[in-house]
Design a protein around this ligand. Structure first.
Ligand code: SF4
Ligand code: SF4
Ligand code: SF4
Length: 343
């Protein structure tokens, strides 16, 4: 039970308002007050007096769910298409579909919508500053997808949906391997804690000052709105250059949202299965670019469900466990070997 309280807390925190740029977009018009407009000349008159005027009642805009849905239908449809693409690429373990998803994430979720989960969302949850549901249906669909997919499969959001993560993973494909600096395991494991420190610090700062502007200094998602000061652009350039040498630098070591989703992913229902042969085989561990495999164990907080190890897992020509199964089959002990699946 004690192991569950932190992920549950994060679940509550992440279920919040949109990233800053999207927040502005998600807010309803401000004239939804039940009070008559300030210039309403009938205010204060009784029914008879009102009749004397004998004017036609002004036609009021009636806001029904039908009109709300119609106005938000394009956003709902486009996000549904994007989420479908994400899930299809995930379940098919298809490399090229994953890259198509990255492009869609950068283009649509990033530059077109600026819709990313941000620490601002956590601030919003802490203060109950949530967007109005009926005006923000697409955003709630996006946030719901993020939370539910994280609970079901882990940090699928980081592995597919986040525009910044998609951008750096795509960048990674074009960087020559000789430029890479492999971070030693001991350092990688320690550096992964920095993001939790940043998450705690930014939340504490917000609680003490009620000032949300610190988010711009702990996450580079403003990039997709192209609204940053000179200092921020310089900082971002330095971060991207560093990412050329150390892959997924920000995501692995610095991102507070990744830390929050990592805590939430401790609840993961459908984990990556491991074979008993994984106790000694290091193939997947060497393949994982996120430092999320330590021996036979998948570290849920670091894994972004990128599929790399799962493709190996199903590769009968490379994963040694298939060889073990084939030998066991020959010896007639197939069922015993088949059940030797852990986690
Ligand atoms: S770690 Fe942060 S920046 Fe990276 S993919 Fe996840 S949310 Fe996006
Ligand atoms: S290649 Fe197969 S046996 Fe080796 S670590 Fe990966 S899943 Fe386990
Ligand atoms: S290689 Fe496997 S463990 Fe590593 S991030 Fe990808 S899915 Fe997770």
């Amino acid at each position: 039970m004690r192991r569950l309280w932190m992920p549950l807390l994060v679940l509550l925190l992440v279920w919040a308002g949109p990233a800053d740029p999207a927040l502005a977009r998600a807010q309803p018009p401000t004239n939804d007050s039940a009070e008559p407009p300030a210039g309403d000349v009938t205010k204060g008159l009784d029914d008879d007096e009102e009749d004397l005027w004998d004017f036609d009642d002004e036609e009021e805009d009636v806001e029904t769910w039908g009109t709300l849905l119609r106005s938000q239908a394009p956003d709902l449809a486009l996000f549904t298409m994007f989420a479908t693409l994400t899930l299809v690429s995930f379940f098919r373990k298809s490399v090229w579909l994953k890259y198509v998803t990255f492009v869609a994430a950068i283009g649509y979720m990033g530059f077109a919508k600026s819709q990313l989960i941000s620490v601002v969302n956590i601030y919003g949850a802490m203060t109950g500053n949530m967007p109005v549901f009926r005006y923000s249906l697409a955003w709630y669909l996006f946030a719901g997808f993020t939370v539910v997919s994280t609970v079901l499969w882990g940090r699928l959001y980081c592995g597919r949906v986040c525009a910044y993560g998609a951008l750096t993973q795509l960048l990674d494909r074009f960087v020559p391997a000789r430029l890479r600096i492999e971070v030693p395991t001991w350092l990688e494991q320690r550096a992964a804690w920095i993001k939790y420190g940043l998450l705690g610090t930014t939340l504490l700062y917000f609680l003490v000052t009620a000032n949300i502007t610190a988010y711009r200094y702990v996450e580079p998602f403003w990039l997709f709105t192209r609204r940053g000061s000179t200092g921020l652009w310089i900082g971002l350039a330095v971060l991207l250059v560093a990412t050329v040498f150390v892959r997924n630098l920000y995501c692995r070591f610095l991102c507070p949202v990744g830390a929050a989703l990592g805590l939430l992913s401790k609840l993961t229902v459908f984990k990556i299965k491991r074979w008993s042969a994984c106790d000694t085989c290091k193939l997947c561990e060497k393949t994982c670019e996120w430092g999320a495999i330590r021996g036979p164990e998948i570290v849920l907080t670091e894994c972004v469900r990128c599929d790399d190890c799962e493709r190996l897992y199903y590769d009968t020509s490379r994963c040694p466990h298939w060889l073990i199964l084939a030998r066991a089959k020959l010896r007639g002990t197939w069922s015993a070997a088949k059940t030797a699946v852990t986690g």
